[in-house]
Design a protein around this ligand. Sequence first.
Ligand code: NDP
Length: 282
Amino acid sequence: VPATLIDGRAVAAKVRAEVAEEVEQLGSLGLATVLVGDDPASDVYIRHKHRAATEIGIRTVDRRLPGDIAQDDLLALVEDLNADDELDGVLVQTPLPDHLDELKVLAAVRPEKDVDGLTPRNAGQLLLGRPAHVGATPLGIMRLLTEYKIRIAGARATVVGRSNIVGKPLSLLLLGGHATVTICHSRTEDLQRQTLDADILVAAVGQPGLITEDMVKTGATVIDVGITRTDAGLLGDVDPGVAGVAAYLTPVPGGVGPMTIAVLLENTVRAAKYRRGLLPFA
Ligand code: NDP
């Protein structure tokens, strides 16, 4: 039996409908994005985020800065956005050009507005088991697992990739859900040994076809986060042959990608609630 494809577009539509209702109740909401330089992939992501926000009535501010901007000028802009009372969420699109200290810039975002969960405060809260803002991609993956009633507690989860934006926070969320978590990366020896053990296997690398069917346990749930642009279209990290062994699989496109956008809107609503004192910012 071929794997059930997890329909990220359908779940994302459901999330957007929930968020739209909340936006209506909360009144005016604002989300700012900051893009440094002209990376084409980042430009596409930013445009998707703005379109989705606008569609449900969230006002957006699109700040674009030259690739050679000085760090202090970028920090000053972030301070302006922090202080702007019309803005609930502030997102600095990564990766930043090499001459900038990315962690320092991300840390400058006011934690209540940090919808990507990349400030030390939010990252630390997640580590300590009291998550506040957590990035949209890891949260979106957790929502997909919940929607499809995939068992997390007690399951063996292997996450391939350890970035601050996907691999690490997702591993912590799975751990918080009582999975037994293994984190793999470019220095992992014998990757197959780790992946074969997984009830839930997540690939967040950016290498098309990295995960082949001989690396997947029969009946596993496979989440493909990877996005690589090729002439043949978008490719994930998971080889199509995996559909022959997995029970559930997220397609690329149409799996994790739409969830990232929808959950960013959800995070903006949460930011608005923090700022208005409707939710305690712990
Ligand atoms: P990074 O490049 O920051 O991280 C990639 C990770 O993969 C690193 O931890 C790296 O290890 C690891 N890695 C590299 N090669 C191997 C290998 N051969 N075996 C095992 N691990 C390996 O990427 P991101 O986390 O930002 O993104 C990952 C992918 O997900 C990309 O394709 C990106 O486009 C996509 N993405 C998709 C999103 C969506 O909404 N669908 C959202 C965000 C990202 P090491 O740490 O040792 O270098």
